[in-house]
Design a protein around this ligand. Structure first.
Ligand code: PEP
Length: 251
């Protein structure tokens, strides 16, 4: 019912030539996959280089962030219209690294999600608790605050394209993956918040990806959980072979 999404977050890696080499390796390995949506998210400067290389593949292009204004005196920022112009169809918003190092808040995330939707980009909206929050028993409280804050003011129709990524901060880049049970529990909770905010139909439709040390050898177990609809993959998306085997988790 919900088509899985496997998205690769390349973070601050890959120049143009390196990105092209990665796509050259990846594209044939995922050729013919039509039961999974595949997305890659390079740095801004690489975006315009990739559409030609992705033509004829089913791989979509995402940016890693966006600003909420269309244009103006906002040095260093990139608008939704500019991302579309560069060939992106998706954008990661609220990644924990942006929350942690660049002052991203639920309020700025909310503005960015609204701007992305207005600009016809699909937001990949990231949420997730820190280790301290989990150990204090605050996981659900944090997730509910992030979901409600990030999606505040959206109608159900506006919300429809949004993809949510649950990424426990303690599992990102640490090699410490959440157990299938921990991930499933969080995903089911987040789906419940969406149901309470919008409707059961909206909750049944939204794709909720898991992120945090997803690798070829743990993806299958995660994807077997009923509320996990895909993965946001960092480190393991930087090599064609490992990302392709995550994309092909069901084979
Ligand atoms: C991420 O960057 O969103 C991520 C989950 O990274 P990693 O897979 O390396 O933990």
């Amino acid at each position: 019912m919900r088509k899985p999404v496997i998205a690769g977050n390349w973070k601050l890696y890959k120049t143009k030539d390196e990105a092209l080499a990665l796509i050259e390796e990846l594209a044939p390995l995922v050729a013919g996959v039509d039961n999974v949506e595949i997305v890659v998210a390079p740095v801004f400067t690489v975006l315009p280089t990739l559409p030609a290389a992705l033509a004829g593949t089913s791989i979509s292009l995402a940016a890693q962030d966006v600003f909420w204004e269309e244009e103006g005196a906002f040095t260093g920022e990139v608008s939704p219209r500019m991302l579309l112009d560069a060939g992106a169809s998706h954008v990661i918003i609220g990644h924990s690294e942006r929350r942690q190092y660049f002052g991203e808040t639920d309020q700025t995330v909310n503005k960015k999600i609204k701007a992305a939707l207005k600009g016809a980009l699909v937001p990949i909206f990231c949420i997730g608790e820190t280790l301290d929050a989990r150990e204090a028993g605050d996981t659900f409280k944090v997730l509910e605050r992030q979901v409600r804050g990030g999606l505040e003011g959206l109608t159900e129709t506006q919300f429809a394209p949004v993809i949510i990524a649950y990424e426990p901060v303690w599992a990102i880049g640490t090699g410490k993956v959440a157990t299938d049970e921990q991930a499933q529990e969080a995903h089911a909770f987040v789906r419940g918040v969406v149901a309470r905010m919008f409707s059961k139909a909206a909750a049944d439709k939204v794709r909720i990806l898991y992120g945090g040390s997803v690798k070829p050898d743990n993806v299958k177990g995660l994807m077997a959980s009923p509320d996990i609809d895909g993965a946001l993959v960092g480190g393991a998306s930087l090599k064609g072979a490992s990302f392709a085997s995550i994309v092909r988790y069901g084979e």
